[in-house]
Structures are given as C-alpha cells and as structure tokens.
Write a protein that binds this ligand. Structure first.
Ligand SMILES: Cc1cc2nc3c(=O)[nH]c(=O)nc-3n(C[C@H](O)[C@H](O)[C@H](O)COP(=O)(O)OP(=O)(O)OC[C@H]3O[C@@H](n4cnc5c(N)ncnc54)[C@H](O)[C@@H]3O)c2cc1C
Length: 394
C-alpha cells in the first residue's frame, strides 16, 4: 500500500487535522501534526455530528470512545422566536433506525480529546507551538517553515489549518474568506443554574427576524450549549473569534422566548465569531500539498456539517493516497469530495435565509407552510447528508 512509511506533515490539530492524521497513520504513514497553539484547549462550544460523520469515527475505531462523551438528542425542534413549536423532527432512535448510525452532539473539547487519543494510539506525533509561515515543494519533498525557526520536510503536506488557512494562501492561491454579514455568539451555561427541565434533550432553534438562537444540552445534560446568530453589516475585527460582553448578546435577543431569556441571564462568558464564506476553491491540491476541512470548504454552520465534512475528507484522503500514491491520490480525493462539499456549502447558506425571514407576515406564513410538510418529507431532505457513508464507497 502506497502510504507505508511515507512521511506526512499536517498543519493544524482541529477535528479535520487530527482525523486525517489518524486515518493516514492507521494506513502506515509516519505522521507529524504541527499546531500553532500550545495545546488542544478551546473556548467552550458544542458540535453536532450527524450519522455521516459518525461513520468515519467508527471506521477509525473511535466509535466507543466517542459514544462515551456524546449526547444523543431526541429531536430537532424549530420554534418561532416566542417559543411556539413550528416543526419537530424526531432524532434519537428514529435517526439511528433511518441512517444506521446515531446523531450525536459533543463538547468540542471532548471530541478533540477522543481524536487526540486515536491519533496517539496510531503513532501520530503531535507538535505544538509551531505556526506555519512558509511552504515550498520540490519533486518529491515538501518543506514547511515555522515561526520559531524550525523546518520540517516530508513527502506530503496537508493543510488542515481552518477557515483562514495559511497553506491555502501560500500554496493554492485561494482568495480570502468573505464576511457573510452574520456573527455567532457561542457559549455554555451550567444546567444547575437554570430551572429544572427548562431545556428538553433536543436541539432547539428559535427563529426571529434577522437572527436565531440554538440551544442543546451536553455532557449528560449538565451544561446547555448555545449558538446565537445575528445579521450584521460589518465585521471589523482581525481575528475570527473574539471575546464579547454577555450584555451585547442579551440585548440582541431581547423579546425571545422565556427559556432563551433565562439562559442568557446566566451567561458569564461568551465569544463572538464572524461567519465567513469562501468562493469555491478551484484546486484543493497542488503536487504533494493538499487541503482538508475548513481550509478548502469553509461553510456556514446552518447545517451543522463543517466538522462532519472534515471527518469525511480525512477518510477519503487517506484511502485515495494509500491506493493511488500521493499525487494521484490527492487529485482523486479532490474529485470525489468537491461536489459534495460544495452542495453542503450552498445548502448551509440557504438555511440561514430560511431561519431569518425579516418580514413578520412572510415569516408567519413560511412557518405555517413548514408546519404542514409531513415529518417524513422534512427528514428526507437530509438523507443525502446523513445517509452518505464515505467509508463504504470505492
Ligand atoms: C458557530 C458555529 C457552530 C458550528 N457548529 C457545528 C456543528 O454543530 N457541527 C459541525 O460539524 N460543524 C460545526 N461548525 C463548524 C466546525 O466548527 C468547523 O467546520 C470545524 O471545526 C473545522 O475544523 P478544521 O479542523 O477544518 O479547522 P479548525 O477547527 O479551525 O482547526 C484548524 C487548526 O489549525 C490551526 N492553525 C491555523 N493556522 C495555523 C498555522 N499557520 N500553523 C499551525 N497551525 C495553524 C488552528 O490553531 C486550529 O487548531 C460550527 C462553526 C461555528 C462557527
């Protein structure tokens, strides 16, 4: 198999980078992951991983470890901003019966820890405190240079360095990400600080004018995760997430349903993300350099698929490189993944529009129409996403 003893550098130890490292190392490659941060910590945030992502965790041998830290929601519930139920989609056992695998939610740090353990067990070398600043390639070797003066050479380099990918900018001449006109606050609140039973075991979306609020329990119901999205004209900050005052968040969601208000009252710390889109990248690879995850297909979070797509990328990239060699494998990977990732990128952008209808008359009418669509048809919309199993395809 082509990967045996090949040296591969991966830039970035997020979900995409760690999964890719594990998938490559399990096929015999000698993998080093270079991460700019000093460790794997991150601000508290939840991640939903649908059955298509779970398929990859399973193929990497991580299903049991992931199950131990996952939450399985019973439903996805869409509500108007005042709390009235518009649609309820059963998840839990129904999703597992329909797709053969569960729909899970994680604290991002818990999923990262599972992937880190998987990577270490596969023999991956994790190198922290290394920020990539330059990359160049010859016929068979790729050279990476870091801000601390270190240099690493390998037979291939994979950029898993997120939405603001340096590898993309240096090697694939991608255009910079564009601000979408939306920002998202994320945070966690301890459930013991809220009235008992205020949030059921479901992903709930409260939809208002130009904004929506998502909440779901994590860690056995001991914390409630929230994502609050608002449309904005500009995003002046250089960073892509910044700390913000809870009062700004509370003001933006005044008038929303009682559970939202009760949750927001308890928020002590929150971070604000500018949401960025990226024009479809013409090439995901060049010679012995490739991209995975947000580095090649950043997407809005409105289908909850960014990390799931990174997991899918990881599996396909490793399989294709193992079967076809580095250069041909990278090209085959790109061909196989691009149309799916682009479809999901576009679907996520459309969802933002439907959550945020501005005119209350249209919004009320749209919610009524949505409520009349049979549950089966609503769930069926997601079959192409959740029912896709990259580990089964050749
Ligand atoms: C509000 C919000 C909600 C979301 N909800 C979901 C969800 O429910 N489900 C889901 O699947 N997805 C969700 N996503 C998307 C998901 O978080 C991302 O798609 C996913 O985390 C991207 O993973 P990644 O590994 O590609 O990149 P990242 O997680 O961004 O990791 C990139 C890593 O590279 C490192 N790095 C960057 N530059 C360098 C450099 N020059 N040198 C070395 N290291 C570098 C970074 O420090 C980082 O550790 C959400 C996103 C947002 C903003």
């Amino acid at each position: 198999m082509a990967l045996k003893n090949q040296e591969i550098s991966i830039i970035g130890a997020g979900i995409g980078g760690l999964a890719t490292a594990t998938a490559l190392a399990q096929r015999g490659a000698r993998v080093r992951v270079f991460e700019q941060a000093e460790g794997l910590g991150e601000v508290g945030a939840g991640l939903q991983i649908s059955p298509n992502g779970v398929a990859v965790l399973e193929a990497l041998g991580l299903r049991e470890a992931a199950a131990a830290v996952a939450n399985t929601p019973e439903a996805v519930v869409l509500r108007d901003y005042r709390g009235g139920e518009v649609v309820r989609l059963p998840m839990g056992a129904s999703a597992e019966a329909r797709y053969g695998r569960p729909y899970w939610q994680f604290h991002r740090a818990d999923l990262l820890a599972v992937l880190e353990q998987g990577a270490l067990a596969a023999g991956v070398n994790l190198v922290f405190g290394h920020r990539l600043i330059a990359v160049s390639q010859g016929e068979i070797r790729v050279k990476a240079e870091f801000d601390n003066g270190d240099v690493a050479e390998a037979n291939a380099l994979i950029g898993a360095d997120g939405v603001r990918s340096v590898v993309r900018g240096l090697a694939l001449h991608g255009q910079p990400a564009e601000f979408t006109g939306q920002v998202a606050w994320r945070g966690l609140v301890a459930a013991e600080r809220l009235p008992k039973g205020l949030f059921e075991n479901a992903a709930q979306v409260f939809m208002g004018k130009g904004r929506h609020f998502v909440a779901y329990p994590l860690r056995g119901g001991s914390v409630i995760n929230f994502v609050a999205v608002e449309e904005r004209v500009g995003w002046a900050d250089e960073g892509w997430n910044i700390s913000d005052t809870p009062d700004n968040l509370r003001n933006a969601f005044k008038g929303f349903a009682t559970p939202v208000q009760a949750l927001l009252e308890q928020v002590e710390e929150t971070f604000l993300w500018g949401l960025f889109n990226h024009p479809v990248l013409p090439n995901w690879s060049d010679g012995h350099i490739g991209l995975v995850g947000d580095a090649c297909h950043p997407m809005l979070p409105f289908l909850a698929q960014g990390a799931g797509m990174g997991l899918e990328d990881a599996y396909v990239l490793a399989r294709e490189m193992d079967e076809k060699g580095i250069k041909n494998g990278l090209q085959a990977y790109e061909t196989m993944r691009k149309s799916r990732a682009t479809r999901v990128q576009k679907g996520a952008a459309r969802n933002a529009w439907s959550y945020h209808l501005r005119n209350p008359l249209f919004r009320g009418a749209a919610h009524k129409v949505l409520a009349m669509v049979p549950q089966k048809a609503l769930l069926g919309q997601f079959d192409y996403l959740y029912g896709h199993d990259v580990t089964e395809q050749n």
